[in-house]
Design a binder for this molecule. Sequence first.
Ligand SMILES: Cc1ncc(COP(=O)(O)O)c(C=O)c1O
Length: 382
Amino acid sequence: MFDFSSVIERRNTGSFKWDKYRGRDILPFWVADMDFAVAPAIVEAVHKRLDHPVFGYATAPAGLAPAIVDALQREFEWAIDPDWLVWLPGVVPGLAASCRAFGKDGDEAIVFPPIYHHFLSVVQPARKRLVTVPLLEEQGRWSLDFDALEKAVTPRSRLLLLCSPHNPVGKVFSAKELARLCMFAADHDMIIVSDEIHCSLVLDRSRQHIPTAKVCPQYSDRIVTLMSPSKTFNLAGMNCSFAVIDNPQLRKRFIRALQGVVPMVPATSYVAAEAAYRDGWEWQQALLEVLRENHALLKNAIETMPGIEMTKLEATYLAWLDVRALGIERPQQYFEKHGLGFSCGLEFGPEGKGFVRFNFACPRVLLEEGIARLRRAVEKAA
Ligand SMILES: Cc1ncc(COP(=O)(O)O)c(C=O)c1O
């Protein structure tokens, strides 16, 4: 019913992902957008909006908040009030605004690397100190290191920046881990900023995403949740995201931190988001099947390649590959020479040394070509 197999030419269309390797025979498997057409309902809704030729400052369409409230209830049994929503042109501006809004200059924000690179870049410009508590790695599985967290915390620790599900290690956090983190935040009077942009991309059927703010309702007043249709519905370039903040004081401070810095959401982006949350779920279910198939294809292939290990992936379309055993000095450059454009592990902090991230959200033929190139590159390195 939906076409996830045709290759859509994205070269010379102003694509950040494809333009990086313009004129070179390198397939881009790096930045997190998908090479799939969006749900037809989204295209239709945006077309319709374009028939109205004025594009002034926009407000959210009346149907957007109810569609989000319904989706969060249905997907996660999370009941939110539409008044808790704050519109944003991106999740990263929401992370940055949180760092500016809460705490005093010199207070600390704790992050858990390896981590999506903007978690590392938004803290210092907000005059906060970045404290890293690396995830623990045991046999290809990563988890929060609560002992290290206890040791790292100080009276100046004010923010915990969580990525759930986690990019790049693809982990879905359990209710137990999230509850422990919430209790830790409450004990130390900290605010949790929970980036849940990948919440509707759980591939492992035995796992379930749980919003951090839902786990311990008694602590939800210290949680800022950031969400977006951008990953789930492939709308990364559309710039419509939102925060969910139930505590009115935090919400006020967060909104104040946005003012004069962060632009409003464009009219067409609101329309796309509304169509996605209202009419995009059948497409999203079909997408999950395709991503599961791609994941299995990649995983099975990698299992036959000596010197390369894939972290157990529960969510996201981003495979975190451990290539340390290949003994390559600069893996990203090495794979580029073999026609593969991956994200460099070091982008996610020093803990990512010896890793690359492989975005497998593309038509199967492209993935098959990528896997063939990977096999040749690995054989050459061995
Ligand atoms: C965890 C995480 N947060 C935020 C973003 C980007 O969000 P936005 O483009 O809405 O600023 C990404 C994109 O890959 C991501 O993986």
